[in-house]
Design a protein around this ligand. Structure first.
Ligand SMILES: C[S@@+](CC[C@H](N)C(=O)[O-])C[C@H]1O[C@@H](n2cnc3c(N)ncnc32)[C@H](O)[C@@H]1O
Length: 315
């Protein structure tokens, strides 16, 4: 097994499986397997709705006693540490043995542990017969505060999908410039701002622009929102996210859909489009190609399916 710097653990339900895979292809160039990914790419777990934790691997060994020796050799001295055992699929170590191992590690670190308010969390796990040790960074779910944004609409995209769209559009590259071309109340923008991505928004509806600005300001973020038809935006972006109008609150004809996609394609070479209908013909017509795709059924209404299309400019 080729050892990488980080081990990511994932969580998702059946309706989000495809979306999680699309996000991991965009971010890690691979899909998670057994809800795990080993990668040298470093991202904050809280930037994705599907990453539970990231283990920054500092030591590993096939031999458990050697790993403990290696930990002792590090002479780690820290107050308020905690050690957790990450149970990974295929690891048959029983609960009692796991506790013993946590004690072994605890006694190898100098300082008093603090289970409830740790200053740092270490973790041990076994995968494929290899023992891994390192610092564990967990998703703190603080982004869930966005569920209580001051202005919301029933047609706003859900927060997990919003986070995934940001990662898919920007490949988790902090430097990429993103546009939320039909930003509505700013659900996608909030997730981008939380992860400190470079994002701007645009919406033709002034009330929605006002609400998006309120939402952004409420959480002390800052991002520009243009009250504009997307056709009038001339600034270029590395990628644009388009959550197309699809229901009563934001009804749109086929002509409107084509207009939005076509106008966005003039200012970027990468589009991440959310639609409820098939847009393949439009993508061909604007000289883009579909490089990735998934469907996301709505929780509680599996008949309502959102399609997510990743499209790149041809040539
Ligand atoms: C499905 S909603 C977006 C919802 C948004 N993602 C959210 O979570 O609040 C689609 C949005 O597209 C906007 N829109 C429609 N035509 C547009 C155009 N030509 N240029 C910019 N925005 C447009 C609508 O005002 C509407 O807010």
């Amino acid at each position: 097994m080729q050892i990488k710097k980080h081990l990511y653990s994932f969580t998702y339900d059946n309706t989000e499986r495809e979306l999680c895979h699309l996000e991991s292809r965009a971010v890690f160039n691979q899909e998670e397997e057994n809800k795990l990914i080993f990668s040298d790419i470093k991202i904050a777990p809280s930037s994705s709705a599907f990453i539970k934790s990231r283990l920054d691997i500092s030591l590993f060994s096939e031999n458990y006693a050697s790993l403990i020796q290696a930990i002792k050799k590090e002479k780690i001295s820290i107050e308020g540490f905690k050690v957790e055992y990450l149970v990974i699929k295929g690891d048959t170590t029983e609960y009692k043995q796991r506790l013993e191992k946590l004690k072994d590690i605890g006694y190898s670190i100098e300082g008093d542990p603090d289970y409830y308010h740790p200053t740092i969390t270490y973790a041990l796990c076994n995968y494929g017969g290899i023992w891994f040790f390192g610092v564990l960074i967990k998703d703190k779910f603080d982004w869930q505060k966005h569920q209580k944004k001051p202005c919301s609409y029933s047609n706003s995209i859900n927060i997990n999908t919003a986070k995934a769209l940001v990662n898919i559009a920007g490949n988790a590259d902090q430097e990429k410039t993103l546009l939320d071309a039909c930003c509505g109340a700013g659900t996608i923008m909030l997730e981008a701002c939380f992860s400190e991505k470079k994002i701007e928004g645009c919406d033709i509806n002034w009330k929605l622009c006002r609400d998006a600005r309120r939402n952004i300001a409420h959480f002390n973020y800052s991002a520009t929102i243009y009250r504009s038809d997307i056709k009038d935006i001339s600034k270029r972006y590395d990628a644009a996210i388009i959550d197309l109008p699809y229901n009563l609150l934001s009804a749109a004809t086929d002509k409107d859909i084509k207009h939005i996609i076509e106008s966005s394609s003039a200012i970027t070479d990468r589009l991440v489009i959310v639609s409820t209908t098939d847009i393949t013909k439009i993508i061909e017509e604007i000289d883009f190609q579909i490089s990735d795709y998934c469907i996301v059924p709505k929780k509680g209404n599996l008949k309502f399916v959102r399609k997510i299309w990743v499209c790149e400019k041809v040539g």
